[in-house]
Design a protein around this ligand. Structure first.
Ligand code: BGC
Length: 246
């Protein structure tokens, strides 16, 4: 079985791809990024994913994420992509568009699997929570390295904010021009709530904003250990590829 898989991470604003050595958790090429089509309908995103595979001249298996609940390859929700995704067999659609065997999983679950297997939470047992802060807030919950898929904790209601991602995602910091400390205080409120619910031993903070850890990390506080994602915003690509490997 091949170690090399094309990982593609479909986000609210960009679609990122790279070739991944899934055994070692290494990125093997230069990352390629294209804007997420608007509207992000299944057909438009499928065309962009096919374009990505063609850009890499890819002929092998493909692992792809979606910012949606994904069960058995079927998208079951659509918060930051077009609602036409709901009920779409994403795996069949993307396999047809690329002509390649394609596996589809939730974006935060993919990022989490990468961090737990090869990154910041490697070797950590107990309850681990990986959160991604970007257009939304994604979540991946693990117990002794085993994922509970599709937790969607960014869709919780907190202090009247429903969903809480519309108040505390990294997108909100940019749109509302919040200072790092002010935004971090919102993140802290989310962390406090999630610690109360799940008592994780470790929280990994990922998503695009994690590359600015030096700006907001010092303001984060929770009654548990908090670390930045080792793969930063590339965790979704790595985890997508790992999902295709099975
Ligand atoms: C979606 C999740 C996704 C998260 C991060 C949320 O709006 O519902 O499925 O993981 O955004 O992209």
């Amino acid at each position: 079985m091949t170690d090399r898989v094309l990982g593609i991470d479909v986000g609210g604003s960009g679609i990122k791809g790279n070739v991944v050595d899934v055994t070692r958790g290494r990125l093997l090429a230069d990352r390629h990024e294209i804007p997420t089509p608007r509207p992000a309908t299944p057909e438009q995103v499928a065309a962009a994913v096919a374009q990505m595979a063609a850009w890499f001249g890819w002929e092998g298996p493909v692992g792809c994420t979606l910012p949606a609940v994904v069960r058995g390859g079927v998208a079951c929700s659509a918060a930051n992509i077009d609602s036409a995704w709901i009920g779409t067999d994403a795996e069949a659609l993307l396999a047809a568009a690329t002509g390649l065997p394609t596996t589809v999983v939730n974006d935060a679950d993919a990022a989490g699997v990468a961090e737990v297997t090869h990154g910041a939470a490697r070797g950590r047992g107990g309850v681990v929570l990986v959160l991604t802060f970007g257009t939304g807030i994604g979540s991946a919950l693990f117990t002794d390295g085993v994922l509970v898929p599709n937790t969607e904790l960014g869709h919780l209601e907190l202090d009247g904010h429903a969903p809480v991602e519309d108040w505390a995602a990294a997108r909100v910091r940019e749109e509302r021009r919040l200072g790092w400390e002010e935004w971090a205080s919102r993140v802290n409120r989310v962390l406090e709530h999630l610690v109360r619910l799940f008592s994780p031993e470790l929280i990994v903070i990922g998503g695009g904003v994690s590359r600015r850890w030096d700006r907001f990390g010092p303001y984060l506080e929770a009654e548990t250990e908090i670390v930045p994602a080792a793969f930063g915003n590339q965790a979704g690509i790595v985890g997508a590829a790992m999902a295709a490997r099975g």
